[in-house]
Ligand binder design. Sequence first.
Ligand SMILES: [Zn+2]
Length: 185
Amino acid sequence: MIKEILVYPNPILRQQSKDVESFDSELHTLLDDMNETMIYRGGVGLAAVQVGVLLNVLIINIPVDDESNLENRDGLQLAENLIEAINPVITHKDGTQVFNEGCLSIPGYYEEITRAEHIIVEYFDRYGNKKSLEAEGFMAVAWQHEMEHLTGHVFIENLSFMKRKKFEKEWKKELKERSKKASRL
Ligand SMILES: [Zn+2]
């Protein structure tokens, strides 16, 4: 089922998520719903808190270049590339990279954020099997972005004071426009 995505500054996005304790059908439904929602909204990653569930659960699916499809140069998300991570922990970080990030909870806003270039993470899959993964580049960015959601933070908190101030001003205006549009429907 496609879920509603909480939009900044919804206070739930500021809350710390908790570890999953049972790897049951409820968790599987959450993961399936999150995947459906992420695909529907065109995201590459989603944290459970973004659909209002305060659990340490995130999904990532980095698009691959599709050489055979000239119409689609943005890449394809393949089902087999979906990562479902339960209770994830970053155990190692090194290097730095700057990437132009966006977020489904702050739709339409993009800004350059500095993060680690290379990370190692440990997590559980939906059945409770322990996994570990090494990531760099865009994949490492996506992991760090989604992990931040689980601690009650969003990517714009990494902006400089002036950029953040500018963002908050623009975002307030944007939200006003959105509610005007919504009330006309
Ligand atoms: Zn996000």
